[in-house]
Design a protein around this ligand. Structure first.
Ligand code: SF4
Length: 64
């Protein structure tokens, strides 16, 4: 929780107080975040499933 990355997409399901609760990094270059989803289209169940998938696919491990 200490070093959550900043994100300005406050309408995103993963955004809490200007920080991304899902990803370890939010530097997507010139592109927008590919993981953005509005709060409306997400349920709590989907959120935890997607968060898990995101952290597996992005920001973890540092292999890339
Ligand atoms: S998933 Fe993407 S758009 Fe949503 S809060 Fe995280 S970095 Fe921002």
């Amino acid at each position: 929780m200490a070093n959550l990355p900043k994100c300005e997409c406050e309408s995103c399901f993963a955004n809490k107080s200007g920080r991304c609760m899902c990803l370890n990094g939010t530097d997507f270059g010139n592109r927008g975040c590919p993981f953005y989803k509005s709060k409306k289209e997400m349920t709590q169940e989907k959120i935890s499933a997607d968060c898990k998938a995101y952290s597996t696919g992005f920001g973890e491990g540092g292999n890339g």
